[in-house]
Design a protein around this ligand. Structure first.
Ligand code: NAD
Length: 450
C-alpha cells in the first residue's frame, strides 16, 4: 500500500519504518527540515534501539522516503497517518494546533486533486481527545467541499519508547476506529503481517477507539500513582515497599507490571493523557476524580523525594555550595526522551537552592544540553564516575542497566560526600549497609553507616 506518515517523531518514524518493512511504500513527511536532512543521510534523529538498522534496510530497498514536500507526500498516498504531537497547553488542555495544521495541509492537496481522485483514508494515530477525528473530518470537508471522496479513521498507538520496534511488530492488540467496512478491510490487510501470532485487531467506532488509548494510559498511570502512595505509607510506618510489592503482586489478579515505586511517571504521554481525561471530564460536567488524584500523587512524588535531599543537607548548611550528580536524565531507560523527565525537575530544584549540578545519561545528554541552556549551568558528563567526581551526593533518576552494579569503593574514593538518593530502588538495603554510604530510596527506610 502507498502510505504517508505525517510527523517523523517517536511514533511516526517507527510506524513508517515498520510498515515499510512489511513491503509498503512509505513516505515520511515532516515540517522540521533538520530532521528530514538527517533522515536522508541515514541518521536517526531519535534514540530507539534497532531503528537505524531498519531505516537503512528499507531506505536502500526504496520503500522508504523522507520529504518536506506536503503536496508530494499527500498526492499519491492511499492512507495518510497523522502522527504529530498533541501536547498539553498551559491550562492542561490538549493543544490540537499540529493536528489542525496537518488536516489543513491534507485538505489543500485533496482540493487540488478534485472529486475524481481515489478516496484516501486519513488516519489519526496521535492520541487525541474523544471527538477529534470527527472534527478533523469536518475541518477537511469544509475545505474540500461535498464531492471530494475521503474517509477518516482513528488508530491509536501503544508502542513504548525503548522497545518501540518490538511493540509495533508484535502488538498485544491493534485498535482501529472506522466509519465503513472498506476502511476496516484496508486496516486488516495492513496489519495482518503484525498479528500472525493470533493477536486481535479490534475494529470499532471512532469515538471508542480514541477512548481506548486514554483508558489504557490512565489505567497504567493509576498503577504507578497507587504504588507510590503505598510506598509513602511504607516509609511513614517502617514497612518495606519491596517486600509489600512481592507479597501483593504474587496475587494473579494484581500482577506485577507497572507497580514499581519511584519518582512518578514522566514522558510525553502519561502526564498529558491524565490531564486530557480531567479536561474531557470537565467539559462533559463529569469530575474525573480518580484521574485528578493520580495526577496530584504523581506531582507530589518528586517534591517528596526532593524534600529528602533537602532534609539530608539541612544540618550542613543546605544545598547551597553542594554538588549533586544526577545519574539518568531520560524519563526512562532505553530512550533519549526527556519530556517531563523527573531528573530535570529535580535538577532545576537543586539549582534553585544553590547546588551545582552535574548529569550523566548514556543517550539523553544532547537533549538535556539543548533543554537546560548554556553548558555552564549543568555540567553534562560523558561517563557515570566522572559525573560522580567531587559530588556530595548522587541522585539516581533513571534505571539504566549500567547503574545497577556500580563500584561503590571507587565511588567512595572519588566523591566528596558518601550519599546516594536512589529514585529507582536499584540496590538492596542489606547490600548498601556494607558500603558505608548513606542510602535513601523510595518506600524503604534509609540506610546509614554504622
Ligand atoms: P514527536 O514530538 O516526537 O513527533 C511529532 C513530529 O511531528 C515532529 O517531528 C514534528 O516536527 C512533526 N510535525 C508537527 N506538525 C507537522 C505537520 N503539520 N506536518 C508534518 N509534520 C509535523 O511526537 P511523538 O512522541 O511521536 O507523539 C506523536 C503522537 O503519538 C502524540 O499524540 C503522542 O501522544 C502519541 N503517542 C506517543 C507515544 C510515544 O511513546 N512517544 C506512544 C504512543 C502514542
Amino acid at each position: 500500500m502507498r502510505l504517508t506518515m505525517v510527523g517523523t517523531g517517536y511514533v511516526g518514524l517507527v510506524t513508517g519504518v515498520c510498515f515499510a518493512n512489511t513491503g509498503n511504500d512509505v513516505t515520511c513527511l515532516d515540517v522540521d527540515a533538520k530532521k528530514i536532512e538527517k533522515l536522508r543521510q541515514g541518521i536517526c534523529p531519535i534514540y530507539e534501539p534497532g531503528l537505524t538498522e531498519l531505516m537503512e534496510r528499507n531506505y536502500e530497498a526504496g520503500r522508504l522516503k523522507y520529504t518536506l514536500d506536503k503536496a508530494e507526500a499527500y498526492r499519491d498516498a492511499e492512507m495518510i497517518f497523522i502522527c504529530v504531537g498533541t501536547p498539553s497547553d498551559e491550562r492542561g488542555h490538549t493543544d490540537l494546533k499540529y493536528i489542525n495544521s496537518a488536516a489543513d495541509d491534507i485538505a489543500a492537496t485533496l482540493k487540488t486533486l478534485g472529486p475524481k481522485q481515489k478516496p484516501k483514508v486519513i488516519v489519526v494515530k496521535s492520541t487525541v481527545p474523544v471527538g477529534t477525528t470527527l472534527s478533523v473530518k469536518t475541518r477537511i470537508r469544509d475545505i474540500v467541499g461535498p464531492d471530494t471522496p475521503f474517509s477518516v479513521a482513528d488508530n491509536p498507538e501503544f508502542l513504548k519508547e525503548g522497545d518501540a520496534i518490538n511493540d509495533f511488530n508484535k502488538p498485544d492488540r491493534v485498535v482501529v476506529g472506522v466509519e465503513d467496512d472498506r476502511t476496516g478491510e484496508m486496516f486488516r490487510q495492513l496489519y495482518d503481517p503484525f498479528v500472525r501470532q493470533g493477536h486481535p485487531i479490534f475494529l470499532m467506532d471512532i469515538l471508542s477507539a480514541e477512548m481506548v488509548k486514554y483508558a489504557s494510559n490512565n489505567f497504567l498511570a493509576t498503577k504507578i500513582s497507587f504504588i507510590n502512595e503505598m510506598a509513602n505509607l511504607c516509609e511513614a510506618y517502617g514497612a518495606d515497599i519491596g517486600k509489600v510489592r512481592e507479597g501483593m503482586c504474587s496475587d494473579k489478579r494484581i500482577g506485577n507490571q507497572f507497580l514499581y515505586p519511584g519518582l512518578g511517571y514522566g514522558g510525553s504521554c502519561f502526564p498529558k493523557d491524565t490531564l486530557a481525561c480531567i479536561m474531557m471530564g470537565d467539559k462533559a460536567g463529569i469530575e474525573a476524580k480518580l484521574s485528578k488524584s493520580v495526577h496530584e500523587v504523581n506531582q507530589k512524588q518528586r517534591d517528596r523525594f526532593f524534600d529528602k535531599i533537602q532534609a539530608h543537607f539541612k544540618s550542613s548548611g543546605g544545598l547551597t555550595g553542594k554538588t549533586i550528580a544526577f545519574w539518568g536524565l531520560a524519563f526512562k531507560p532505553r530512550t533519549d526522551d526527556i519530556r517531563e523527565a523527573p531528573a530535570l525537575t529535580l535538577m532545576r530544584k537543586a539549582m534553585g537552592y544553590g547546588a551545582a549540578v552535574r548529569g550523566y545519561d548514556p543517550v539523553a545528554a544532547d537533549n538535556v544540553r539543548a533543554e537546560m541552556g548554556p553548558a555552564n549551568t549543568v555540567t553534562i558528563c560523558d561517563e557515570m564516575y566522572e559525573c560522580a567526581k567531587g559530588a556530595d551526593a548522587i541522585v539516581i533518576s533513571t534505571d539504566w542497566d549500567e547503574f545497577k552494579s556500580p563500584d561503590f569503593a571507587r565511588l567512595a574514593s572519588i566523591m566528596k560526600g558518601k550519599t546516594i538518593f536512589d529514585g529507582r530502588n536499584l540496590y538492596r538495603r542489606s547490600q548498601m549497609a556494607e558500603t558505608g554510604f548513606t542510602y535513601y530510596s523510595v518506600g524503604r527506610a534509609p540506610v546509614r553507616p554504622s
